[in-house]
Structures are given as C-alpha cells and as structure tokens.
Design a protein around this ligand. Structure first.
Ligand SMILES: [Fe+2]
Length: 380
C-alpha cells in the first residue's frame, strides 16, 4: 500500500477573522466572488471597503446567485482574465467558492477548455498568477478546503473539476459570517456535512486519518446541528468546524453512495443538502453492519449490541431531521411519483456504471439499488 497523504487548506478561524483579509490583500489586485444577498444581509459592503483599503485595486468579478453553470460562468471567467488579479476572494456558500475556483483555473490556464479542465487530476500546474482565499458563509459543502468545483449537474454538460491546484490557498472561517443563516440552510447544509463525514468513512481505501477525521466530524454534527438550528451560537461554531473537517475527509477520500444516488436532486430541483439528508439514512440501513457506524453510534452515546447501536444511530439521524422539519423522503419533498418512477431504471443503470461504486465498502446490486431508490422516495 502506498503511504497515505492528507491535504488541507490553511485556516484562519474565529470571530472577526475576516479582518485577516486586509493583510493578504495589501498591495494586491483583488477579484471578488460574492453572494450579494449574503454580503448585504451581513452588512459587509462598507466593512469590506475598509478591510480592502490597502489593496491596489478591487473588482467584483462574479455574483453567483444559484448553482453555477458553464453559461453563467462564461462572463466572470472573461472578466477575471481581463482584470488579472493577484488574489481572488470568495465570500459565500459552495456555489460562490466553486465559481472562484473555476475562474482561477481558466485565469491561470487560459488555453484550457471545459473538457480539458474536467479531466480529473490531470490539470497542469498553475503558473502561479494568483491565490484564492475562501470565506464560507454556510457550513456544509466544505468547498473552502476541497480541490473540487461543481459547475453544474445537467447530464449533457456535467462539469466537475477535480484538481489540487484549485484548493483554496486559505480558508477564513469567521463565525460572525454565519449569524444570518436561514434555518433551512443550517439544516440542509449541516446534513450535507454529515453525509460527507459518514460517507468518507465508507470508502474502502480511506486512510485511518480520513476515518478519524470523518468520525469526529460526524459526531460533532450529530451532537450540535439541532442546537445550531435552534439558534445556539456555540453549536453553530462547532458545526462550522465539523463541516470543514468533513470537507477535509472527502477531499482526501471520496463521498459515499448517498452522493452517487443523487440524480433526482438536479432533475427535480431538490437542494443538494436535502438530497443528502434524505439519502443518507437509507444508504446506512442498506449497507449496515459497518464497524464505522457502530463506532459513531457509541461515540454519540448509544448503547447496546453492534446491531442495536447501528439501528439506533439511523433512528437518531431521522429524529434530527424531524426536529429540523426536514422531509424524510422525496415524496414528502414534493417529487412527483410518476416522474420519479419513470426515471428510476435510468438512475439504477447510471449508478451501476459509476466508477465510484468500486470505492464503497458495500456494493449493492441492481435489485438492492432499486429498493434503495424506492426507500428514498417513499420512506420506510
Ligand atoms: Fe455534498
């Protein structure tokens, strides 16, 4: 076995950590990728002017309001290439950070097209024109520490970039940026983080370091997410840290089966975090027993035999979802039954053909996958 490596970004962490930006931006041409709504809600417009006062020039290059697509990114990429920043700064959720990563790649490698950029781990070294600092305003995607950018999820134009070069140079996790999070976002993005944390421990080639990071992240999400949802600020800070740990876990491994069976999310416009909340417990039920589930169950205080604690863990996750008013199945999330059932054979086929299936510690066959998809639709 080759030695296990573990990559991560560098962090600045704490209340008011955004102020750190001033020292990294001094004398630089700074290109911003922002969510205008979040910047306004946090009252950051004027504050950013002060923080970036010593920058040589500042320009907003991207205002990504939704999941980025190739089309939506075309102009920001062009603007970035023309502006020639020394530093990109992303302030927002996963879409905003991923947009900045994509701009960074096409700025560093202007001869690249999407097809070349999307060849996993085959991107050429960057010449080093600029760096990227990510300031997450949600806690879930882990994008601030991953080498992944999702540009859209349509079947004919899938555009996921995996390249260590686009891992942000630094993540600034300022707890104060999480103060205005809507409850739904807390619930959905937190369940995405839980899916990352648990999923990474189910990858058959995950290192012990990944497993322990994933286990700790999952423990913290289970212990703190409902309190964060109910407004507890200390719990929200713990979730911010847990989410970025979960990001590290997938960045050094892979997401689990719950992420592979998420086709309905793009097709029926179900938020990614909600898809994960729905998929994850059914995937766990299908794939148990797994020693890492039993470890997690005991770490969150459940007692009994291995089988009892794993069943209890799945029920605990369902209860978290009930406590946060998260639908437990796609039917309750409003997905039309006839359309879902019509798509189901294709979902099974796509999942069986997905190369990630070789990574999972449990590999379902076609019949098990069909049942799994039906469980995610109807619940159990
Ligand atoms: Fe995810």
């Amino acid at each position: 076995m080759p030695a296990a490596n573990f990559a991560s970004t560098t962090y600045s962490l704490g209340h008011g950590a955004i102020e750190e930006l001033s020292k990294y931006a001094a004398g630089k041409r700074v290109g911003l990728s922002v969510d205008d709504g979040v910047v306004a809600a946090l009252g950051l417009e004027e504050r950013l002017k002060t923080i970036l006062a010593d920058a040589a020039e500042v320009k907003v290059l991207c205002h990504m309001q939704s999941e980025p697509t190739r089309k939506l990114l075309a102009q920001p990429i062009k603007d970035c290439q023309e502006f020639e920043p020394d530093l990109l700064v992303a302030i927002g959720g996963g879409s905003v950070m991923d947009s900045a990563k994509v701009m960074w790649l096409f700025y560093e490698l202007p001869d690249y097209d999407w097809d070349r950029a999307c060849q996993y781990f085959q991107v050429d070294p960057f010449p080093g024109k600029c760096e990227l600092i990510a300031l997450p305003t949600t806690s879930g995607t882990g994008s601030e520490t991953t080498c992944c950018a999702m540009a859209d999820k349509t079947a004919d134009e899938a555009a996921m970039i995996l390249a260590p070069q686009i891992r942000p140079t630094r993540a600034i996790i300022d707890y104060d940026l999480l103060s205005s999070l809507p409850k739904k976002t807390i619930a959905f993005s937190g369940m995405d983080a839980l899916s990352h944390a648990i999923g990474a421990t189910t990858i058959n080639w995950s290192s012990e370091l990944v497993r322990q990071v994933g286990l700790q992240a999952a423990t913290s999400v289970i212990n703190n997410l409902v309190d964060s949802y109910n407004g507890d600020q200390t719990a929200r800070e713990r979730i911010a840290v847990a989410a970025t740990l979960a990001g590290q876990a997938i960045d050094n491994s892979n997401c689990g089966l719950a992420h592979t069976i998420d086709q309905a999310g793009g097709e029926f416009h179900i938020p990614h975090g909600l898809m994960q909340a729905i998929n994850m417990p059914y995937v766990m039920k299908l794939s148990m027993p797994q020693p890492q589930y039993a470890d997690l169950a005991r770490q969150v205080g459940l007692q009994g035999t291995d089988e009892e604690v794993q069943e209890a863990l799945i029920e605990r996750i369902f209860q978290m979802e009930r406590d946060m008013n998260v639908p437990l199945c796609l039917k309750d999330a409003g997905v039309p039954e006839d359309e879902f059932l019509a798509a189901l054979p294709r979902y099974v086929e796509e999942t069986l053909a997905n190369p990630s299936m070789n990574d999972f510690c449990y590999k379902p066959d076609a019949a098990e996958l069909e049942k799994l998809y039906k469980d995610t639709y109807y619940g159990i």
